[in-house]
Write a protein that binds this ligand. Structure first.
Ligand SMILES: [Zn+2]
Length: 89
């Protein structure tokens, strides 16, 4: 089973990478559809939702695409998803 969970900030993670709270909660209730933790609530994606593009675990996806955990703040590549456009006045 490769369930993907999403929190209210839009962060997606697998059970392994959602943090210690999510992991512990899933060990207690592996089939829970919603998981409330002190750091935020997670909702399990349906199989259909999880199959949508971009709905992978962010951490697994990062490793898959060869990125490391460290992102050079001065490197201007591969930041498309994380960069925000500031309004210009
Ligand atoms: Zn993962």
């Amino acid at each position: 089973m490769n369930a993907i969970y999403i929190d209210y900030n839009g962060r997606t993670a697998c059970a392994e990478h959602g943090g210690a709270y999510l992991k512990a909660a899933l060990q207690a209730t592996p089939n829970a559809r919603t998981i409330d933790t002190p750091l935020g609530d997670w909702v399990r994606l349906s199989a259909k939702e999880a199959a949508s593009p971009g709905m992978d675990c962010e951490t697994c996806d990062m490793h898959k695409s060869g990125h490391t955990d460290y992102v050079d703040p001065h490197a201007d590549t591969h930041h498309d998803e994380m960069s925000f456009s500031m309004p210009v006045f």
